[in-house]
Ligand binder design. Structure first.
Ligand code: GLU
Length: 469
C-alpha cells in the first residue's frame, strides 16, 4: 500500500509554526515511506478564507521546502462531489432528512441544559419524517450508530475509545445544501486515498464522527495521528504574544529554512540526543510513533542556537544567497566587492541570524556613519594618531593588496614605533570597522579594500582631532 498523507490548512491566515510542524510531520512520513504528500486547501468557510492566505501558505511551504506531490486541491471546487456523496448516503439510508425547526431545536437544547444533560439532537426525524410542507427546508444528518464504540488507534496517543451514544446524528448538509466541515474532509480523505491523517490534536474529537461517516460510505478509515499542541515558554498555547508565530516572520528575522525545519522536527520528536538533522536524516530517522504525547514548548534561544549552527556549517555560498537578501534590505548591493562568500566565511561565527550577519557585515560594503561610541572612546584617542598615520602610509605604499602584505605592514609599524601590537591594532580595527565585530585584522582590511581603509583611517584621525583633548 502506498503511503499517502496530506496537509489540509484552512486559508484564514498565514502559515503558523504549528501548522508548519504538522505539514512537516506529514511530509516526512510520506517521504520516509516513498509515498505521496497531498496539499488540500479547506476553503469552504467563504467568509474567512482569502486568496492572500492561500498565497501565504504556499509561500511558507515553498520556503521550507515542503514540496507536495499533488494539489493544491480546493474544497470549494468539489461541492458537486460532496453533494453526490450526500445523495448516496440518503439513498442508502445511512443519512436522513431532518425537518426540525430552529424553534424545536432551541427548545430541546434548553430542556437538556435545564436537566443537566449534554445538548444533543434527539433523533426526532431519524425514523423517517414527512416534510411539514412540500418545499420545507431540511438538513441532512448521519444515521450514527446508536450503540457500540469507535476505537481510534492513534499512531501517537495510542488507543482512544469513543462511545457512539456520546455522538449524535451529525449534520452532513446544511439547509442550503452546502456540505459541513466533517463531510467534506471525509469525502476528500477517501477520494484522495489518504492512508495517514496526521493533524493537530484539536481535531481528535472530530475523528470518531469522521470514522462513522467513512463507514457509512463503505470506506475503510485511514490511520490517524494527532500531534500535540505547541506552547510558549510560559506553558500557555503559543500565540502572538510569545513572539513570531508565522513562518514568514522567521524568514524575515533571519532564520534559515533548514534551521527552522530542524527546530520544528525536534519540537515533539527526538532521536536519542541528536539535535542537528539534515533533511535526509530527518526522512530516514523520523517515526510518527515516536512523537511525544505531551505538548512541546517553543524555545527561541534553542532556535537561535540551531540557526547559528546552520550559519556556521552550511556551504558558505548557500548562506551567501540568503545573506544577500538581508543586505538588500539594508540597502546594500553586495555585487561590487568583496565577494559575499568570503564575507560569510569571515563573519558567520559572530551572528545567530542572517539579520545580525547582515548588520555586522555592512561595513565591508559601505562606510559607516559614525563610530561605535564605546569602541571609539577606548581606541580613538590622541595616542592613536601616530600608529594610524603610520599605518595609512604603510598601507598606501603596499605594492599589492593581499593579506600577507597587510600583515607585514602592521608588523613593520609595530616595529618602527616600538609598541605592542594592540597599540596599532586596536585603533586600526575601530577605524576600519567602526566598532563592528570582525575577524583577524589582515582579513578585515583585505575584505574592506585599500581605498576604503585609507578613507576610514582619515575619518578616524578627524574624529580624534575633534574629540581628543
Ligand atoms: N482544515 C483544518 C485546519 O486547518 C485541518 C483539518 C484536518 O487536518 O483534518 O485546522
Amino acid at each position: 500500500m502506498t503511503v499517502r498523507t496530506r496537509f489540509a490548512p484552512s486559508p484564514t491566515g498565514f502559515l503558523h509554526v504549528g501548522g508548519a510542524r504538522t505539514a512537516l510531520f506529514s511530509w516526512l512520513h510520506a517521504r520516509k515511506h516513498g509515498g505521496q504528500f497531498v496539499l488540500r486547501i479547506e476553503d469552504t468557510d467563504l467568509e474567512r478564507s482569502t486568496a492572500e492566505s492561500v498565497n501565504a501558505i504556499l509561500e511558507g511551504m515553498t520556503w521550507l521546502g515542503l514540496e507536495y506531490d499533488e494539489g493544491p486541491f480546493y474544497q470549494t471546487e468539489r461541492f458537486d462531489r460532496y453533494k453526490e456523496v450526500i445523495g448516496e448516503l440518503l439513498a442508502s439510508r445511512q443519512a436522513y432528512k431532518c425537518y426540525c425547526s430552529r424553534e424545536r431545536l432551541d427548545a430541546l437544547r434548553e430542556e437538556q441544559m435545564a436537566t443537566k444533560q449534554k445538548p444533543r439532537y434527539d433523533g426526532h426525524c431519524r425514523p423517517g419524517a414527512t416534510p411539514p410542507t412540500p418545499d420545507a427546508p431540511f438538513v441532512v444528518r448521519l444515521r450514527n450508530p446508536l450503540e457500540g464504540e469507535v476505537v481510534v488507534e492513534d499512531q501517537i496517543r495510542g488507543r482512544v475509545v469513543f462511545r457512539n451514544e456520546e455522538l449524535d446524528d451529525l449534520i452532513l448538509a446544511r439547509s442550503d445544501g452546502s456540505p459541513t466541515y466533517n463531510l467534506s474532509v471525509v469525502v476528500d480523505d477517501a477520494d484522495m486515498k489518504i492512508t495517514h491523517v496526521i493533524r493537530g490534536e484539536d481535531h481528535l474529537n472530530n475523528t470518531p464522527r469522521q470514522i462513522n461517516i467513512l463507514r457509512a460510505m463503505g470506506v475503510e478509515p485511514p490511520l490517524y495521528a494527532h500531534v500535540p499542541m505547541i506552547h510558549g515558554d510560559d506553558g500557555a498555547k503559543l500565540s502572538k504574544r510569545h513572539g513570531a508565530v508565522s513562518v514568514m516572520e522567521y524568514r524575515d528575522q533571519g532564520y534559515m529554512p533548514e534551521a527552522l525545519l530542524n527546530y520544528l522536527a525536534r519540537l515533539g520528536w527526538s532521536h536519542g540526543d541528536q539535535e542537528i538533522f539534515s533533511v535526509d536524516e530527518m526522512i530516514q530517522l523520523f517515526d510518527i510513533a515516536e512523537v511525544n504525547k505531551s505538548a512541546s514548548c517553543f524555545n527561541t534561544s534553542k532556535l537561535d542556537w540551531l540557526n547559528q549552527q546552520y550559519l556556521m556549517n552550511s556551504d558558505p555560498a548557500h548562506v551567501a544567497r540568503y545573506l544577500s537578501v538581508h543586505l538588500g534590505r539594508l540597502g546594500i548591493d553586495p555585487a561590487p566587492a568583496p565577494d559575499l562568500v568570503d564575507v560569510v566565511m569571515a563573519q558567520r561565527e559572530r551572528a545567530h541570524t542572517l539579520v545580525e550577519l547582515a548588520e555586522i557585515s555592512a561595513f565591508y560594503y559601505r562606510d559607516f556613519d559614525s563610530f561605535n561610541e564605546k569602541a571609539a572612546a577606548k581606541a580613538l584617542k590622541a595616542a592613536a594618531v601616530e600608529p594610524l598615520t603610520h599605518m595609512k602610509q604603510a598601507l598606501a605604499a603596499l605594492p599589492d593588496w593581499s593579506r600577507e602584505r597587510i600583515h607585514a605592514a602592521m608588523e613593520q609599524v609595530v616595529a618602527e614605533l616600538g609598541v605592542g601590537f594592540g597599540k596599532v591594532g586596536m585603533p586600526l580595527r575601530v577605524a576600519v570597522t567602526g566598532g563592528a565585530p570582525s575577524p583577524d585584522l589582515d582579513l578585515t582590511l583585505w575584505l574592506v579594500g585599500r581605498e576604503a581603509c585609507l578613507r576610514r583611517i582619515d575619518k578616524a584621525l578627524d574624529y580624534i582631532g575633534q574629540h581628543a583633548s
